[in-house]
Design a protein around this ligand. Sequence first.
Ligand SMILES: NC(=O)C1=CN([C@@H]2O[C@H](COP(=O)(O)OP(=O)(O)OC[C@H]3O[C@@H](n4cnc5c(N)ncnc54)[C@H](O)[C@@H]3O)[C@@H](O)[C@H]2O)C=CC1
Ligand SMILES: O=C(O)[C@@H]1CCC=N1
Length: 277
Amino acid sequence: MSQTSAIRWGFLGAGRMATALGRGLVASGVASGEALIAYDPLASALGQWTQATGGHSAPSAAAVVKACEVVIVAVKPSVVAAALGEAAAAFQVERHLLISIAAGIPLAAIEARLPSGAAVVRAMPNTPALLGVGATGFAAGRHVDATRLDWAKRCFESVGIVRVVPEALLDAVTGLSGSGPAFVYLIIEAMADGGVRMGLPREEAQALAAQTVMGAARMVLETGRHPGQLKDEVTSPGGTTIAGLHLLERAGVRGAFIDAVEAATLRSRQLGSGSSG
Ligand SMILES: NC(=O)C1=CN([C@@H]2O[C@H](COP(=O)(O)OP(=O)(O)OC[C@H]3O[C@@H](n4cnc5c(N)ncnc54)[C@H](O)[C@@H]3O)[C@@H](O)[C@H]2O)C=CC1
Ligand SMILES: O=C(O)[C@@H]1CCC=N1
């Protein structure tokens, strides 16, 4: 029996990310549906979550905290303070680990709303976690011991790859892999549009575009070779690829992606400083 098999996992908020993580925990065998519990004031969200994960629903945030060891805060950043306010009184420093996945909210701000000495992890997963191919960066607070660090690792390893980073880099993780799926969907949609423009049926164009992005990503991950080297191997002298690359470089696409990750990172920092504007 693994060390985490007796752990119960609670969710404050039962939306998209709570569903992705709950399903990952069950699919990977880290937890059974029996060991999951969630609270969400939106009955429809809670109903969908229990159906997707096999977990239980709770009548309040405090009931979730009382029923589990790991409390995952999966509400929008603007709701974190309220959710913690409802949960804090039931939180026991010796027993619990709290994991927040809210974009931008610093460890110190979460710790300040819990009893002194609370073990807190701040994490940034992404939506491909729903398929077990997520990418998560997380930072551990001052009071996280080795056992609870292991709980956090197992949670996110159940839905993809994990990197432990200093908290100062979590906004950059948010800008890159947290928001990144949306950037890549835009590429897939645009490449498919290009195929349609050149006469391919929409369905074929989208399938070819999406498989191309997945294949290229796997080439980077599985060969360990530099993307520039892999790019060069596609690019014949005087051929088709260099004609397209030339246009992309002239359009500033490389700079646009750097700017996009920077803008998303800065927005994450802004969320953490309490500014919504
Ligand atoms: N969607 C994404 O790609 C990612 C989102 N995140 C973070 O995850 C968090 C959740 O995002 P999503 O799952 O996309 O949002 P969502 O909107 O799908 O789910 C949030 C849920 O919280 C519920 N809620 C509102 N007030 C509550 C309260 N007081 N107590 C308990 N539940 C409450 C809502 O009814 C809703 O069902 C956000 O903080 C976001 O920054 C992190 C990584 C990726
Ligand atoms: O757009 C957002 O704020 C959230 C955080 C990372 C992905 N989605």
